[in-house]
Design a protein around this ligand. Structure first.
Ligand code: PEP
Length: 241
């Protein structure tokens, strides 16, 4: 069986909210009300919220069913004298399951040195057992080093590739569903990675078109993820898949 094709089809699709530098205790509390209205626990488990680190422990204590993500982690591992850094090990220690890495808003130069740093973060995250959501844009060939490619192969079940064309982030200009599908297939085949999600201007209005692409395992939602109605509507669409 070609697992590259069949595994994503049988896995539930994910909605990953990226709150960026937004959020508050009040917003977390109101999202907890989403959990109460979801049809079942499974729907809740297919929602991942990436919030600023400062809120993670609070959210984890309030709604244990939510999957929580950090928006980055340190290149340093473990614990030590690295002021201001938060390691993958520390995220695991407070019960965090996911981490976003390589988001375009955190990539400053896009050069080889940066790809190296992201590789180190990815190695730390996967070693700790986190599920890494590795963001790549259209120039993914330069963002994924040879070393990273090997990690993708070893940890193919622990890494989700998030295809996020920079031109689509926050602009409302999305590629067509056919283009998204084509890139997802290319990424799956090139890197032998089963789970590819799409991010860039996803809303409840276009989520159906994207989520019904078989090769897409979920969506990464930025701006719209701050609105409870939008997230609830996307989760309802996701339930139909
Ligand atoms: C993002 O920043 O990951 C993102 C997808 O943003 P938006 O949905 O706002 O385009």
């Amino acid at each position: 069986m070609n697992y590259l094709i069949f595994w994503p089809l049988c896995m539930p699709k994910l909605t990953i909210c990226n709150w960026k530098m937004n959020g508050s205790i009040q917003l977390i509390d109101s999202f907890i009300s989403i959990a109460a209205h979801l049809p079942n626990d499974t729907a809740c488990w297919n929602l991942v919220i990436a919030m600023p680190d400062i809120f993670l422990a609070y959210a984890a204590s309030k709604e244990p069913r939510f999957r929580l993500a950090a928006q980055d982690c340190s290149t340093y591992s473990g614990f030590g004298a690295h002021t201001g850094e938060i390691s993958a090990d520390m995220l695991v220690d407070i019960g965090i399951r996911y981490v976003i890495l390589g988001h375009s808003e955190r990539r400053s130069h896009g050069d080889g040195a940066e790809a190296e740093l992201i590789h180190v973060k990815l190695a730390n995250a996967t070693r700790c057992g986190l599920i890494a959501i590795l963001c790549v844009s259209d120039d993914y060939e330069s963002q994924i080093t040879k070393q990273t490619e090997s990690l993708l192969q070893v940890y193919h079940d622990k890494i989700i590739l998030a295809y996020e064309p920079v031109s689509a982030i926050g602009t409302g200009c999305l590629p067509s569903a056919a283009d998204i599908r084509e890139t997802a297939v290319r990424l799956q085949q090139r890197y032998k990675i089963p789970r590819v999600i799409y991010g860039g201007s996803v809303t409840s209005t276009n989520a159906l078109d994207i989520l019904r692409v078989d090769e897409i395992s979920g969506v990464l939602v930025g701006g719209a993820s701050l609105k409870i109605d939008e997230v609830s509507a996307i989760l309802r669409i996701q339930e139909l898949m």
